[in-house]
Write a protein that binds this ligand. Sequence first.
Ligand code: TEU
Ligand code: CA
Length: 557
Amino acid sequence: MEEMKRAWWKECVVYQIYPRSFADSNGDGLGDLNGITAHLDYLKELGVDVIWVSPFYASPNYDNGYDISDYRAIMKEFGTMEDFDRMLAGIHARGMKLVIDLVVNHSSSEHPWFIESRKGKDSPYRDYYIWRDGKEDGPPNNWGSCFSGSAWEKDEESGQYYLHLFTPQQPDLNWANPAVRQAVYDMMTWWCEKGIDGFRMDVIGMIGKENFNDGPVAPGALYGDFAPSCQHTATTHRYLREMREKVLDHYDLLTVGETSGTTDNALVYAGEDGKELNMVFGFEHNDGLNDGTELGKWSDHGAPLREVRSVLNRWQMALQGKAWNTVYLGNHDQPRQVSRYGNDSELFRALSAKMLATLIHTLRGTPYVYQGEELGMTNIYFTDISQYQDVENHNAWRQWVETGRVDAQDMLRYFARISRDNARTPMQWNTEKNAGFTTGTPWLPVNRNYLLINAEDERKDPNSVFHYYRKLIALRHTHDVIVYGTFSPLLEDSDTVYAYERKLGNQTLTVALNWTEKKVPCTLMDGLEGQELISNYPTHQPGFLQPYEARVILTES
Ligand code: TEU
Ligand code: CA
């Protein structure tokens, strides 16, 4: 295998902040930029290198900032451009980097471009968006939105429909229009000139729509699938190569695309040839773990070891030596990882959180830590639709439950396991009211377990999940084998143990993770003569792995 090119964005650990839920500095119940700045020392102590902040731009917040009405202004709830400049300076002063979210598959319906565009067919901005005549008194085609319902909204004024692959308040930008592309590139350059260090690119795989043909309708589905026309097209790749030429190649940036897709897609998006992006996020190990019904990710499916390992190992093997991987389990769109993949009972929560942390920090690829996972924060398990804030839940409820297609209790069970709101409850800083997140009323309830799970207590406890993450991150900074070592699966047929080895030069890192709450037989680590770099147990039982036991041993030949 050819020696991978070294790069800072391969060696770093990225920490994702969802600003709405991170820290509120002015008591209005909403996180803000000054709240982030006030906690940079916490992130420095954790040891992360890069901070990715989810959208903080002007937005009416139909989708919590993923609907942008001014790409060069700060959302008023989050502060001012001076607050942004102060946050960026604070990040750089601590030797860390800032990656910002690029949301350009769509804008907000309140963006001036769309306000102009919807004024009529002869608006100079009409072609900034995707307008089509209806068909047989209905939408132009059968596509469904990611957030339920049709992907088309009728504009009574002009009688035409506009495309929105998400909410109607998120009209898709028309990337076929060179003026749109140039406006995006100019905006990206504007932020690069302010000193940012990279972009996380929201659903960037959707920008190259190639046709508007009806999509395939899966059994039980209410709408057609837009993916064959919109996802991972040659046009999308052409736009990304143009973006690289016009903007990305002029700066030293981390670029990560939220593309979902397969390993074949990832090999093109994130190829070592550097023609498009540095790396991408796949979804096969999260949204992809479902019952295959028309409800998609909404299911009781869980995350059995065999399925998780099969996906992650396939991505490790397919990309190794050809493209750079990301490794993540949590983010603002996924439930809390210790609840989905681990065990959030009081007995096993910390142990399984550490086991999962070991996985994401010793697989090959850049690890992404989502705010609060370093504490072992858990799902909040809402029990009623009225408790959810997320538009994705309310739209799904309207489409499936209010129409009688799905039982309310079933859907509430799926929501409790999978909803994005699980990851959006306020960061748990300490045992003060509202976990120290706000002195006001939090926009989403704080998880009641903050008295047991909070940053202040964990920073004082050397055996906490927080310090375990800190040690793992430090190991990445001191052991090249963790970053650049090859990956080889071990014990691929085990129902209980996830094991693999990483090799670089004369060094071998062997990792064994007990995925279960039972003590299980495993002799893999017993014979190894080497240095144990980390474990979530102080002592071991030869011939076994204890519940959720993680062990990492470095040997030299
Ligand atoms: O998410 C894209 C995406 O995949 C959505 O279908 C969503 O994440 C889904 O719930 C995953 O199960 C990106 C952003 O991360 C998300 O927060 C936004 O809502 C969405 O795009 C629209 O911008
Ligand atoms: Ca605030």
